[in-house]
Design a protein around this ligand. Structure first.
Ligand code: AMP
Length: 280
């Protein structure tokens, strides 16, 4: 694996690759790698000549400074994982390589309603930060295929919109959400949960599954109330628990067999904010 820290060196190398007409798959991450990330990398390895992984904890997408300061960093063990997977290139830039002119959000992206619902509503500025870093990374890497996880379902929509806005020719591959044995959605932030909270966090998925399993016999509002009560008793603070149209993310008030839907949830458990989702 070749590690690039400087954008200039990395671009020069990518220029040589493009002359050879090799297909490039790109897996952007913020590090603290787990099986969720690994699943994206394996897909990219299968489907491309070259796989590029980036590790960059993007300050612009953190609306909460404390969350940024405490974001887990484990570069050495990440590199062991990447080497074991035979990843071709790791791009691990410092902040000034990505934002040489500072980190003020210069370019505003028209993300439409994606910015005002769910994660967009709860985390002001988050998706502008995501769009900004992805705009920069995609213009550097210029991959044919981009691998994103359904764990961050709304983020996939945001990045697809960015690709459309910028007229980029990049195919987005959305990969399934990977869970721990307990059902907890894998996330770098899980590392910040103490053992008791980590065990408790499995209730998030359990309650989503309950809603799904009972969808044919009770109303969504009823099932939602029960799930919220179950979680609140256990000390979770509910940010949102929403049924939405899987295509548009428009909120649905009731189950409708004709509309492919998704349940989306965000909760706080102590200091940690966790998200999950489940197709209905
Ligand atoms: P992150 O490092 O959290 O920015 O995530 C990098 C990529 O990995 C994003 O496309 C995420 O959606 C994806 N990812 C994170 N967790 C999971 C998971 N549990 N299952 C599948 N993909 C994931």
């Amino acid at each position: 694996m070749i590690l690039f820290k400087k954008t200039g060196d990395f671009k020069k190398y990518l220029g040589l690759l493009s002359e050879k007409k090799l297909s490039v798959g790109f897996v952007p991450t913020m590090g603290a790698l787990h099986e969720g990330h690994v699943s994206l990398m394996k897909l990219s390895k299968e489907q491309n000549d070259i796989t590029v992984v980036s590790i960059f904890v993007n300050p612009l997408q953190f609306n909460d400074r404390k969350d940024f300061d405490k974001y887990p960093v484990s570069l050495e063990s990440d590199i062991v994982i990447l080497e074991a997977l035979n990843i071709d290139i790791l791009f691990h830039p410092e902040e000034k390589e990505i934002y040489p002119h500072g980190d003020s959000v210069a370019k505003k992206f028209n993300l439409g309603s994606l910015e005002s619902v769910l994660e967009g509503a709860s985390r002001p500025g988050h998706f502008q930060g995501v769009a900004r870093v992805m705009d920069i990374l995609l213009h550097i890497v210029q991959p044919q295929q981009l691998y994103l996880g359904q764990k961050d379902f709304q983020q996939i929509k945001v990045i697809q919109r960015l690709i459309d806005l910028e007229n980029l020719v990049i195919r987005v591959i959305a990969a399934p959400l990977i869970r721990e044995a307990s059902g907890l959605a894998m996330s770098s932030r899980n590392e910040r949960l103490d053992p008791a909270s980590r065990k408790k966090a499995a209730l998030i998925y359990k309650n989503l599954v309950e809603i799904k399993n009972n969808a044919h016999r009770r109303s969504f509002q009823e099932l939602r109330d029960i799930a919220i009560r179950n979680l609140e008793i256990e000390g979770f603070k509910i940010d949102y628990l929403v049924l939405a149209n899987r295509e548009t993310l428009e909120e649905l008030k009731a189950f409708d067999k004709k509309i492919p839907a998704i349940l989306l949830i965000a909760v706080h458990l102590g200091e940690i904010r966790l998200i999950d989702n489940l197709f209905i």
